[in-house]
Write a protein that binds this ligand. Structure first.
Ligand code: NAP
Ligand code: MG
Length: 494
């Protein structure tokens, strides 16, 4: 087996109670570089016992963190944000090696992650309770309080940004966290934990337990002292976690899969629409939950529009993630690569027409890496599996539509409802469709751009429960208490 030598991976142990430690049974698992297929690191594999230790540490740290002045918490979160920025080169390189993402992309992550800590720290500072009108003589107000220990379980497609997106609101609200990164990409979470510790967050506030979903992940979900679960991942695992949590009456935020429609009308700005259409399956190798993987095109421009997208797909540069010219890096794993290949075969058998890609490209010097070309199917019908199921790779399914009514019908004809986009110059139509499409976020004349940390984000239908980002995302990490004080009301008598 080839062993990666380009990076010296410093942190490979669990992070519990402010220390980097081995798993209690000394277990480890292997982590690979998707760009080369080489072994990158052996990482401590946490199990139920380690989760037990992490939860105990988080619980006792909660007494300090949860009661700390909100301004002091903000100060520490800001310091952690500064350290993430100072360490951005190491973070970006480790993230790229671990995930196969172009370095040009991962270089943006430390700042994005830092912003999450700062933003939610500020939200906590400004989030107000309210006073409720009551009969005279009473004062009724509400308090927003932390849950205590929150379990965060994240996927591999944006490893470091999800550390920020999860831990930002969890920590700012005064909770402590036990975080399980994905088994494919555990490394940046450990660097994140180190930055939090070095910034002065008390030991036990941020615990990271790399490991497997069915063991470490499950132990977090089932632990009686984990009061809430914030999960991002597939709909199948989300259902499992949701039902486990339901049996324990544990609140959950579940950010799950998608099969988003990207709808292009004939009156749209077609250059921009075509560039974005390809970007949806090329960016991050198509491994994006909210990507417009179903391209719906109005019949009158259908053929011409596909030609534009196909032309761009043929010139997209798939290659070494560390090469600055690379636009599309490696997919996460051989399992994922096989899944993509299987879906392409399914598409062919279902009768869709392959018009771009459909194979693995040659990447010189990286013969053992896991790459796939941007791939486009036309003639896709909504009933086909490649129009219904999340592939999570660079595969675009194009479906024609006749009119607005049919566009809406096809757009809503999936179990998911995460995001959608509409391309049109007709403002009234944009409003009409934005209302009628079943999705948690709808873009007009853009897709997946223009979202800030303030934009609440959450899936409809089988794409999830609850919200992230914005004030709503912060509030989801708090529990509300009503307090009623008798000021000078007479006490009721029998
Ligand atoms: P996944 O297989 O669902 O895994 C997500 C996380 O859950 C991983 O850490 C995984 O551990 C863990 N896990 C697996 N089984 C578990 C169990 N029984 N109990 C507790 N934890 C368990 O998802 P993925 O393949 O990593 O990521 C891709 C999926 O995430 C796609 O469906 C994508 O749409 C979705 N996603 C959604 C959003 C959103 O915001 N809505 C954003 C990004 C991605 P292992 O690593 O060991 O499997
Ligand atoms: Mg990896």
């Amino acid at each position: 087996m080839t062993v990666e030598t380009r990076a010296d991976i410093r942190l490979t142990q669990l992070h519990i109670d402010g220390e980097f430690v081995d798993a209690s049974n000394a277990a480890t698992f292997e982590v690979f570089n998707p760009a080369t297929g080489a072994l990158l690191a052996r990482v401590a594999e946490g199990g139920a016992e380690d989760v037990e230790r992490a939860v105990a540490a988080a619980r006792s740290a909660g007494q300090i963190w949860g009661e700390m002045d909100v301004f002091e918490r903000l100060r520490l979160l800001r310091r952690a944000a500064d350290l993430l920025r100072q360490r951005s080169e190491e973070l970006a390189l480790v993230e790229s090696l671990d995930s196969g993402k172009p370095l040009s992309e991962t270089r943006t992550y430390p700042d994005l992650t830092a912003e999450c800590l700062e933003y939610f720290g500020e939200v906590a500072r400004f989030a107000r309770s309210h006073v409720v009108p009551t009969p005279s003589g009473f004062l009724n107000y509400t308090l927003r309080q932390p849950f205590g220990v929150v379990g965060a379980i994240i996927p591999w497609n944006f490893p470091l940004p999800f550390c920020g997106a999860k831990c930002g609101p969890i920590l700012a609200a005064g909770n402590t966290v036990v975080l399980k990164p994905a088994e494919q990409t555990p490394l940046s979470a450990l660097l994140f934990a180190e930055a939090c510790r070095d910034a002065g967050l008390p030991d036990g506030v941020v615990n990271v337990v790399p490991g497997m979903g069915p063991t470490a992940g499950r132990a977090i979900v089932e632990h009686p002292n984990v009061a809430m679960i914030s999960f991002t991942g597939s709909t199948d695992v989300g259902r499992e976690i949701g039902s486990e949590a339901g049996r324990r009456l544990k609140p959950v935020v579940l950010e799950l899969g998608g099969k988003a429609p990207n709808i292009v009308f004939a009156d749209a700005q077609l250059d921009q629409a075509a560039t974005t259409a390809l970007y949806m399956v090329a960016y991050n190798q198509g491994q994006v939950c909210s990507a417009g993987t179903r391209l719906l095109v109005e019949r009158s421009i259908h053929d011409e529009f596909i030609d534009r997208v196909v032309t761009q797909a043929r010139t997209a540069r798939v290659g070494d993630p560390l090469d600055p010219d690379t636009q599309i890096g490696a997919v996460i794993s051989p399992v994922q690569l096989q899944r993509i290949q299987d879906y392409v075969e399914v598409g062919r058998q279902e009768g869709a027409e392959l018009v771009a890609g459909g194979s693995t490209p040659a990447v010189p010097g990286h013969d053992e890496g896991w790459y796939y070309q941007p791939t486009i199917f036309r003639g896709v019908e909504s009933r086909m599996r490649i129009a219904q199921e999340e592939i999570f790779g660079p595969v675009l399914s194009v479906l024609p539509f006749e009119n607005e009514e049919e566009a809406v019908r096809i757009a809503n004809d999936v179990m998911y409802g995460l995001s959608a986009a509409i391309w049109t110059r007709d403002v009234s139509r944009a409003h009409r469709l934005a209302e009628r499409i079943e999705a948690g976020i709808v873009f007009v004349n853009t897709m997946n751009d223009g979202r800030g940390l303030g934009s609440p984000f959450g899936g409809w239908k089988q794409s999830g429960i609850g919200l992230e980002n914005g004030l709503e995302g912060f509030l989801a990490c708090t529990r509300l208490k009503t307090v009623i004080l008798n000021l000078d009301a007479p006490t009721p008598t029998l």
